[in-house]
Design a protein around this ligand. Sequence first.
Ligand code: SF4
Length: 325
Amino acid sequence: MNISDAERVAAVLESSGYKETGDINKANLIAIVMCSVRQSAVDRVYGIIEKLKNKKVKTILTGCILEKDRHVFEKKFDQVLDIKDFANFDIMPKFSGENAAYIPITSGCNNFCSYCVVPYTRGREISFPSKQIINQIKNKIKSGAKEIWLLGQNVNSYKDGKTNFPKLLKMANAVKGDFKLNFTSSHPKDFSDELISAMAECQKLSMDLNLPIQSGDDEVLKKMNRPYTVAQYKALVKKIRKALPNIRLSTDIIVGFPGETKKQFNNTVKTLKEIGYGVAFINKYSPRAGTAAAKMEDNVSWEEKKRREKILIELVNAKNANKKQ
Ligand code: SF4
């Protein structure tokens, strides 16, 4: 999503006469697309703006910005702009890299997972018109894209009047051309039978699927405001694997969520072993201001979070090493 946002910002600036430079020292305008999901990313922006303070360069900040940071950054940047303002420009961004094109189909999120800032920084979910999305895909394919990524914070809750996500996926698949179709990120609660059937019909669909579980413990999931149980998640995986036997699953997991006991963490270890992902993105919990989880006691030490992260990384790596043998 950040790549797509950065492309849009670049396209808007280029349409105003700016040219991209690969050398920061030659720039007379620097636009930063911020991410507030982790504190380390926010700290990086503080570091960059500190380094730029004596340079004669205009600075713009946009992206996911928490209110508390916005007040500070308004004093440090020439302009702080809402990322939604860039979405209103009717300008087609270039596609990123050689082959991949990233197309946002929704913006914002209504889910309010208790640890997440997205509903606060990007607002409530809106779905872009399906006609506009399909035109964008056609244009990207014409420009040579070989991979199309449909993006959204909760991509499978897409709905545009008559078109829901399974229908949109089939429409995208029907676009003429030689390309692979991907989508991210999916919420397990919105992964319908209709979507699984649509995926099985789409011959251009990539077999890599990210399905964030976040925790393998029902109590922790409840505190995270993730409305599914581990049993429901496993049943969903079973259905997906039955319909799409070649699917390669990846997931996202948070370790050290407030109050996560060793027993609850071990439930995540057990679930991970049972499901057997190809890739797992493990994040150590850190509180984000304004979220529900930030009001909970962050009582798992950083050392313990690192230990839990290491266990899960080793588990996934060991599984992949065994597969290669
Ligand atoms: S679904 Fe994703 S973006 Fe939305 S609140 Fe949950 S973690 Fe954040």
